[in-house]
Write a protein of this length. Structure first.
Length: 161
């Protein structure tokens, strides 16, 4: 079982949980400006519907939500989505723990392969996923036509690749 740093707890919440929503909004506010000079109109991906969400995890420090990650099923893929840790809580292993917790959650449900998408201008995310044993793949599913931004990864979590 994934361990989180002392003073932090993790819980499963609905996709539309207020804390998870706030963290995803903060993520968008930070990431969107990195791509401001690009025309991303062709790269728009529809947010997951509630029925597509397998689980959403939120990390708390006390009562305050400080990190989140979700697992969704879209177009036959099980995708890790919206991994974000609030600025004041970074560099403590929370993102690493969140991704590992999502992997464990998926494995417990019998899911053997996960995918995820990040962007070319998010080197910290790329570095995190590579350090956790994820390997790059061509854009998949809803990102298949994105030749501008997407950096996609996969990881087998039950069995060998």
């Amino acid at each position: 079982m994934t361990e989180f740093p002392p003073d932090y707890t993790v819980g499963q919440v609905p996709w539309d949980d207020a804390g998870a929503l706030r963290l995803r909004t903060l993520m968008a506010e930070e990431v969107v400006p990195r791509y401001a000079d690009l025309d991303l109109s062709a790269q728009r991906v529809t947010p997951p519907r509630a029925g597509d969400v397998v689980a959403t995890l939120v990390v708390y420090r006390g009562e305050q939500p400080v990190g989140t990650a979700s697992l969704v099923e879209v177009e036959g893929f099980f995708e890790v989505k919206r991994v974000v840790v609030a600025r004041g809580h970074r560099r403590r292993g929370l993102a690493r723990a969140l991704v590992s917790a999502v992997e464990e959650l998926a494995a417990a449900r019998g899911i053997d392969r996960l995918v995820l998408q990040t962007g070319i201008r998010q080197p910290e995310a790329i570095s995190l996923y590579e350090s956790l044993g994820w390997r790059r793949i061509p854009p998949f599913g809803p990102y298949a036509d994105d030749t501008v931004v997407s950096v996609c990864f996969t990881k087998r979590i039950n069995g060998d690749d």
